[in-house]
Design a protein around this ligand. Structure first.
Ligand code: 13P
Length: 254
């Protein structure tokens, strides 16, 4: 069975609208006919419209970095699923470790966001991952399993295209320390098994599980070559069009 890999670029709180536009212009040129891999860039909210205008007509899709689970209301500073959708997003990152650990987002809130994203036709990129002390205490599967159980509680999907999981070990994000291909594959295999138990084998085999955490051109081939790693969610290396493009080329060649 051939796999269609997905490479996401999470630009986090980097790039002003004009910087984001310049990056998008460069990516557009480099990736004009990108095929056989899904490419999603996730600019900060204020950059989305500028990026959308530039990548229109290409195969580059746009994702939000976060959203709130209410439709509208007095929620200063928040963004709804409808707003993301109307601004041109097809995806939304939910439960990123920085949302969980810097902003205190809970599994229950993440679950509500996934429910809302799906109901509005946005594909959630649902992030899970353990902290270093949890890994060292042998609790990786407990932590990741718990996040999956709570985050996906009550969530039915009828197509594997509707959901993307990102395994992002907290200790590997922005640290330059990457999980080894074997460490990452081990957790991805565990996630696949978890998905099989709730969605059945056929769907679970097709749901894309991205790895995120210090992915760069030098390690992309090896990580993406693992049987249960179906893509990457790239932070730092996605800010530079050359290195992001190099990672996408890796995905096309594995
Ligand atoms: P880095 O690639 O900078 O480690 O970030 C990973 C990440 O958090 C992507 O969402």
């Amino acid at each position: 069975m051939s796999r269609r890999l997905i490479i996401g670029g999470n630009w986090k709180m980097y790039k002003t609208p004009s910087e984001a536009a310049a990056t998008a212009k460069s990516l557009k040129v480099k990736l004009i006919n990108v095929e056989n891999v899904d490419v999603v860039v996730c600019p900060t909210a204020i950059d989305i419209l500028a990026v959308r205008e530039i990548v229109a007509g290409t195969n580059i899709k746009i994702g939000g970095q976060n959203m709130y689970y209410q439709d509208e209301g007095a929620f200063t500073g928040e963004i709804s699923a409808d707003m993301l959708k109307d601004a041109g997003c097809d995806y939304v990152v939910v439960g990123h470790s920085e949302r969980r650990h810097v902003f205190g987002e809970t599994d229950d809130e993440i679950n509500k966001k996934i429910v809302k994203a799906l109901s509005k036709g946005l594909v959630p990129i649902f992030c899970v991952g353990e902290k270093l002390e949890e890994r060292n205490a042998g609790k990786t599967e407990d932590v990741v399993g718990g996040q999956l159980k709570e985050g996906l509680a009550g969530i039915e999907i009828n197509s594997a295209e509707k959901l993307v999981i990102a395994y992002e070990p907290v200790w590997a994000i922005g640290t330059g320390v990457t999980a080894s291909p074997e460490q990452a594959e081990e957790v991805h295999r565990f996630i696949r098994k978890f998905l099989t138990d709730i969605y059945g084998n056929a769907l679970a085999q097709q749901i894309r599980i991205q790895y995120g955490g210090s992915v760069k051109p030098a390690n992309a081939d090896e990580l993406l070559g693992q049987p249960n790693i179906d893509g990457a969610l790239v932070g730092g290396a996605s800010l530079d069009p050359d290195s992001f493009t190099a990672i996408i080329k890796s995905a096309q060649s594995v």
